[in-house]
Design a protein around this ligand. Sequence first.
Ligand code: SF4
Length: 321
Amino acid sequence: MHDYERIKIGVSACLVGHEVRYDGGHKRDAYISNTLSQYFDFVPLCPEVSVGLGIPRPTIHLVRQAGDIRALEVKNASIDHTGKLERYIDGVIPQLEQVCGYILKKNSPSCGMERVKVYHPERPNLPPERDGMGIFARKLQARFPLLPMEEEGRLCDPILRENFIGRVFVYHRWRELEASGLTPAALVDFHSGHKYLLMAHDQENAQELGQMIARVGKSADLRQLAEDYIRLLMETLSKRVSRGQHANVLQHLMGYLKAQLDAGDREELLDTIHQYRKGYVPLIVPVTLLKHHFRRHPQPYIERQYYMAPHPGELMLRNQL
Ligand code: SF4
């Protein structure tokens, strides 16, 4: 239904086996290195080594100081690496502009995306708060707010994993659209292919996005409209999709086969969707049955829907949803 080309994604270098940790070790992640590497080209970066902290190096941690969060050396709090780590991003902008997603190392004071330990010097006896974000990750998000970002630990959750990879593919298509030249027709076409994917994530947002697209021909400022559109679209896609939301979309899609299916096929499809809604079978089961019927009764509009094949089937992401 759709072809998939290899997409570049950024990754914390230690996760793909680079020996760049403070102790000279790595944190190679098998899923990233063995499975995702078959579909993505990695751009590995290690902020701490790149700013000259060396291997091995003194450990750093996040400390709350005067309303800010700083990256200080654990054994010598007078050495502050925050500025260097923040400025690092400026030097790697050309590499980051090519990536359509980023996988970050959890818990790292540089790369961690969320729940990184933050120490409080005035309360040395209390445990650290788990509400920090690594210095590099914070800058990355600020500089590229639309970029799909995820941590390797969270990729163990099938829903978060599918969500992240799905967003990477959508963002990649958006970047290609921009590169080939933003036109009203291209924007309408882009939205049309993503309609059911958006509907699964959030019906109200999907409607709002549809209304934006309806203004495409009338808007004086296409660039501004496109910016507002992609911001809301990426925000929508980051929302979790429940079984009920998927089931509603599947029933909508089934509506396109109303005239073609006999009573037995209809009942079987409805029953399969019901079984999915109840959690007895994974999403891949009703989707495969729908695809089977659409192969026999082609519908050009449905063939263009990325909902039917949002990422390569071999990744088996829908087998665990
Ligand atoms: S977590 Fe980030 S800074 Fe730390 S070793 Fe890995 S890539 Fe380098």
